[in-house]
Design a protein around this ligand. Structure first.
Ligand SMILES: NC(=O)C1=CN([C@@H]2O[C@H](COP(=O)(O)OP(=O)(O)OC[C@H]3O[C@@H](n4cnc5c(N)ncnc54)[C@H](OP(=O)(O)O)[C@@H]3O)[C@@H](O)[C@H]2O)C=CC1
Ligand SMILES: Nc1nc(=O)c2c([nH]1)NC[C@@H]1CN(c3ccc(C(=O)N[C@@H](CCC(=O)O)C(=O)O)cc3)C=[N+]21
Length: 289
């Protein structure tokens, strides 16, 4: 008989997301007005349609109200800016989210700059990015903030640990690095130009994969006993069936890691819960004025 295989602890997202949603619902209920989230989406990309539907449904379940502005793919820059200005000026709107990626003809940076930083529940406005990197966080991007909540929920403290993040995007890798640095981790950010990636990732006590390539991280890249956080969601569209979702981490990594997030059911649910948390936080701030 062969020895039983080692299997990493499963860091499931839903229980941590439920805890965050409960806290969020309690805070929402204390406000005189229901917090309101406005979600803007352009075009019919199936992943965006599915994420936005999830965000809208979760908002309503949590005692928030939300509106989805589903605009045609051909919407112009000027039309999109006009909608954002209208939402900025509407005191019944507490949070604004413009779903990314935007179509090619839209200047994403100009759109993100136009969102009132106080309503920027994604934390993408340069004002909020600057606050994160000076350790005065206001609104922080939902996915990395959700990862921090998940780590805490499972009793994993990054302080003093070596963390390696693969990916340097504005939505995941960079803000993840800022948050972990603020939480006293020693942080390395790797990317497509990193030399000898395997030697770098093997240094990690906590390895975070945000690459966008299915099963990219293999067991040989992971230090035995490391905690592995899989942010990747790679959609395998299948004829007549729901798409299959694959993470950036190969399932065999569970044989070497001490703990690992699954995909689906890992970081994804944290992102949505954190978005609602950010919306309630924005509503609380706005209620003080
Ligand atoms: N769970 C969730 O809630 C969310 C999941 N995601 C998922 O996370 C993943 C990453 O998303 P996002 O950050 O937006 O993606 P981006 O494509 O913006 O960034 C990917 C990063 O991975 C790096 N990379 C690509 N190939 C390699 C390689 N061969 N070796 C090392 N690094 C590499 C890129 O490097 P370089 O900069 O050099 O190009 C880049 O920094 C995706 O699967 C996405 O779907 C995203 C947001 C939320
Ligand atoms: N302005 C903006 N803000 C974002 O936060 C943002 C964005 N644009 N563009 C795209 C990415 C991606 N993203 C996800 C949200 C939820 C799940 C999620 O709920 N995932 C579930 C599965 C969902 C399913 O079944 O499709 C899971 O992993 O278990 C995943 C990914 C937010 N993003």
């Amino acid at each position: 008989m062969t020895a039983p295989e080692h299997k990493a602890q499963k860091l499931a997202g839903p229980p941590a997301a439920e805890a965050l949603l409960r806290e969020t619902a309690e805070r929402a209920a204390k406000l005189a007005q229901k917090p309101h989230l406005s979600i803007v989406r352009l075009g019919e990309d199936p992943a965006s349609v599915s994420y936005v539907a999830g965000k809208d449904a979760r908002a309503k379940e949590t005692g928030l109200s939300s509106t989805v502005h589903a605009l045609p793919e051909e919407t112009t820059q000027a039309e999109l800016l006009a909608l954002i200005r209208q939402l900025n000026g509407d005191s019944s709107v507490n949070g604004i989210l413009v779903q990314l990626p935007l179509p090619e003809h839209i200047d994403e940076q100009e759109i993100l700059l136009a969102i009132d930083p106080d309503k920027d529940v994604d934390g993408f406005h340069p004002m909020n990015v600057g606050r994160l990197w000076t350790n005065h966080p206001a609104s922080v991007p939902c996915t990395p903030q959700g990862v921090m909540y998940l780590l805490k929920h499972y009793g994993i403290d990054p302080a003093g640990k070596r963390v390696v993040i693969i990916g340097r995007s504005n939505i995941v890798g960079r803000p993840m690095a800022g948050l972990l640095m603020n939480a006293h981790a020693t942080v390395t950010v790797a990317h497509s130009r990193t030399r000898d990636l395997r030697a770098v990732t093997r240094e990690a006590d906590i390895l975070i994969a945000a690459i966008g390539k299915a099963h990219f991280v293999t067991p040989d890249m992971v230090k035995p006993g490391a905690v592995v956080i899989d942010v990747g969601i790679n959609r395998l569209e299948r004829e007549g069936k729901k798409p299959k979702l694959l993470g950036d981490v190969h399932p065999d990594v569970a044989q070497v890691a001490s703990a690992m997030t699954p995909v689906p059911g890992g970081v994804g649910p944290m992102t949505i819960a954190q978005l609602l948390g950010n919306t309630v936080a924005a509503a609380e701030e706005q209620a003080k004025r």
